[in-house]
Design a protein around this ligand. Sequence first.
Ligand SMILES: Cc1cc2nc3c(=O)[nH]c(=O)nc-3n(C[C@H](O)[C@H](O)[C@H](O)COP(=O)(O)OP(=O)(O)OC[C@H]3O[C@@H](n4cnc5c(N)ncnc54)[C@H](O)[C@@H]3O)c2cc1C
Length: 453
Amino acid sequence: AMAAMARALPRPGRRFRWRIWASAGGVRGAAGGAAAAQLGRKVAVVDYVEPSPRGTKWGLGGTCVNVGCIPKKLMHYAALLGHMIQDAHHYGWEVAQPIQHDWKKMAEAVQNHVKSLNWGHRVQLQDIEGALEYGITSDDIFWLKESPGKTLVVGASYVALECAGFLTGIGLDTTVMMRSIPLRGFDQQMSSLVTEHMESHGTQFLRGCTPSRIRKLPDGQLQVTWEDRLSGKEDMGTFDTVLWAIGRVPETRSLNLEKAGVNTNPKNQKILVDSQEATSVPHIYAIGDVAEGRPELTPTAIMAGRLLAQRLFGQSSDLMDYNNVPTTVFTPLEYGCVGLSEEQAVARHGQENIEVYHAYYKPLEFTVAEKDASQCYIKMVCLREPPQLVLGLHFLGPNAGEVTQGFALGIKCGASYAQVMRTVGIHPTCSEEVVKLRISKRSGLDPTVTGCG
Ligand SMILES: Cc1cc2nc3c(=O)[nH]c(=O)nc-3n(C[C@H](O)[C@H](O)[C@H](O)COP(=O)(O)OP(=O)(O)OC[C@H]3O[C@@H](n4cnc5c(N)ncnc54)[C@H](O)[C@@H]3O)c2cc1C
């Protein structure tokens, strides 16, 4: 998706002053535009949706509302509900088994909610025969009227794993095909636990594989041919749906930005910006997914938009701080994180100068339901030198987003390991396991939590 904001600066010696805020209708456009309007400015919101290769398009609100966070979280919740219904009989509920899921009903409810909120992307698939004709994207999955059936999800991003997670969770035969590592940019130990958990709950993985061809069979199924990059051999499988989740590219080319002197990164077409969000033309700004090097997350885009409006029109000089931005991957076992991954901390400070505290724990609700908690894991990455500044927190377990948000405040305020250890836990919760992280990796001790200690 793309958008840019422009302000025509008053020119010296001119009698009339023009200040224009123009933006596309994504979250950043809405937030920045609203903030500018509140400051008494005239605001124009321009929004155009380039249909997905499958033809899906939507109303105002940008990616998050229509084809991103909102429908994704609702479908993730639908899958979690299925698991809870399965757990319910352990708690005395009599639920007729096997339980059935109705895609049509879920899709309609989710789509109605998205429509009630309504007030680009182009996946680069031209090399793969049949990809555009027969594949769909994450934009389409949330708007499908019928169940996708047996699905191949191609990609290893959080979007790929989240989609594969909820499809598995509602009972569909789901396979993820990934070329290299899962969740690039995230802590790799945590990422491995995420995929390990998915695998143990029925999602199949084809690792080190890339698709080369899709053909439609006479019975309507899609025959996918792929190359196993390790063995160099070709393999084949049939699916009802192929879902591409291999990344989004901003549509800046059609804007002729070079004519205005706005520089983009030729590799990914993102707009180059500085700490003020200004492009190479100082009175043109870019915020959100379209800007180079920014996290592709709704709340960062919203905050950056508000701060820019305040700087431009409200005399504030506060810049957006892109450090320690918390986020959560809504896979079946949720992964929340804030700050540096262990790899980033080692690269920045050196292995010898960091201390990692960790624990495998069992959420209380898992016990009665006899659920496996092998991947419920927390680690806190700290500087080794006392008081051991917290560099990053990684939490894998239920409600990870809710757990991570509060700790993000502490980390933003410069919390140390010593301060976290002096924070009283809320019992019995999963969050309290964070304030009880006593075992360091360096000690080599078993980090499995065994009781209410
Ligand atoms: C499946 C999925 C799940 C996600 N889940 C999460 C999540 O859980 N949490 C989270 O924080 N983030 C999530 N994101 C990311 C989040 O949606 C984006 O970071 C956020 O929407 C970025 O906002 P934006 O305003 O920069 O861009 P967008 O929301 O994409 O808005 C840009 C707008 O500009 C319009 N536009 C494009 N080109 C033009 C043009 N030439 N002229 C006029 N208008 C144009 C587009 O149609 C769009 O409406 C998810 C994304 C996806 C795809």
